[in-house]
Write a protein that binds this ligand. Structure first.
Ligand SMILES: Cc1cc2nc3c(=O)[nH]c(=O)nc-3n(C[C@H](O)[C@H](O)[C@H](O)COP(=O)(O)OP(=O)(O)OC[C@H]3O[C@@H](n4cnc5c(N)ncnc54)[C@H](O)[C@@H]3O)c2cc1C
Length: 342
């Protein structure tokens, strides 16, 4: 471990790594302390970036800003890390009723939706596509495992459990390491952080995913219905995900498996075999907005968390906004600023 860094970062999930890369780009020295053995939500993430969200597929909060430069941003990180982990993806939402079809036949032409999605009549063998499809434009996917492994290999990292008792915030040191700033990115484990856990409360939201084998045609990378069906390779597809609030258990459950199966069978008409089942815990916030910014009392202590189920699309731009805030004093928008909880 080096003796001094500009930024000490606790947590090496998607958030910790994206802020590390942003600061490195701005010439700052960094070290990520990450306990790889801990539950790492980022590793199990499907990695989807979809500008349309929720049951009614509305355009997500700040989607134009988040999606405008997303592909170029990840491409520059691929160059930096000499690895390949992000690609634009064809996402197709399967329309399931005549009513929904009517809505989308007119809605997809509205100005605000043009550039995000278009209606298509396309037959896909094995899926119930009789009411058409909505093709999502600007979607993408991050292979989080490949991204995090590349970061582990190429960026300054210490693979250890961060011990809060060893932190001297007055002196700015952690054991024998001196730092100018510390950024906490522990995901739902923020609950263990004594400087933030008395006023920031996350809602840990467990998510489960199945991997199946089926002879579905990969005419798109991702089909969206009651669940997403994401092509992995060959006949392997990933199916997800569930949302179970305030649950941090680390084992997948029979109940959620049945829930996923029931939803899958409404969209997929082909036989399939379940080959894997796993889970992780998302760091969701109470108001469903990210949690970014500086501690109200300790100016060199910061947080980058609360991305819920959207770290892949939100965190790149928010890492820039946090860096601008710390390094150049540019104010954060109130709706993401951690100070809203004070
Ligand atoms: C089933 C499922 C599917 C998902 N699909 C998507 C998707 O398609 N698209 C999307 O954008 N998001 C998705 N997500 C959500 C996404 O995974 C999260 O938004 C993201 O992983 C949050 O990243 P993070 O870095 O904040 O937290 P984490 O990934 O949890 O990383 C936190 C890191 O901090 C480390 N840590 C914590 N405490 C300590 C400590 N004391 N010492 C050392 N290290 C510590 C942990 O070990 C971990 O490595 C999904 C999540 C789940 C569970």
């Amino acid at each position: 471990m080096s003796e001094r860094v500009d930024f000490l970062i606790v947590g090496g999930g998607i958030c910790g790594r994206l802020i590390q890369l942003e600061l490195e780009k701005r010439g700052k020295s960094t070290l990520v302390v990450d306990d790889r053995k801990a539950n790492q939500c980022s590793i199990v993430a499907a990695g989807l970036a979809n500008p349309l969200v929720g049951k009614f597929f509305t355009i997500g909060w700040r989607s134009k800003e988040f999606f405008g430069g997303l592909y170029n941003h990840y491409q520059s990180l691929e160059n930096r890390l000499d690895s390949s982990f992000f690609r634009p993806s064809a996402m197709k939402r399967v329309i399931s009723t005549p009513g929904e079809q009517n809505i989308w036949l007119s809605k997809a032409h509205q100005e605000k939706y043009v550039g995000f999605c278009s209606f298509a009549n396309e037959e896909i063998e094995g899926l119930n596509t009789s009411y058409g499809l909505l093709e999502v434009v600007q979607g993408g996917q991050l292979n989080a495992k490949v991204f995090l492994n590349a970061c582990m290999e190429k960026l300054p990292t210490s693979d250890e459990l961060f011990d809060y008792n060893k932190l001297n915030i007055d002196e700015g040191n952690y054991g024998h390491l001196n730092y100018d700033h510390i950024i906490f990115c522990e995901g739902y484990k923020l609950a263990d952080n004594p400087w933030f856990n008395n006023f920031v409360h996350l809602i840990p939201t467990k998510g489960e995913i199945l991997e199946i084998e089926t002879a579905l045609e990969p005419k798109g990378d991702i089909y969206l219905g009651g669940v997403f069906i994401q092509h992995v390779e060959g006949e392997v597809w990933r199916v997800g995900a569930t949302y179970d609030q305030n649950n941090t258990s680390t084992n997948p459950t029979e109940m959620m498996r049945e829930d996923l199966v029931k939803k899958l069978e409404k969209t997929l008409l082909l036989p399939y075999k379940i080959v894997a089942h796993y889970c992780g815990t998302r760091p969701a916030s109470e108001d469903r907005k990210p949690i970014v910014g500086s501690h109200p009392k300790h100016r060199n202590m910061h947080i980058f968390n609360g991305m819920g189920s959207k770290a892949v699309s939100l965190a790149p731009l928010l890492a820039k906004e946090l860096s601008d805030n710390i390094l150049e004093g540019i104010p954060l928008e109130g709706e993401i600023d951690v100070k809203r909880f004070c």
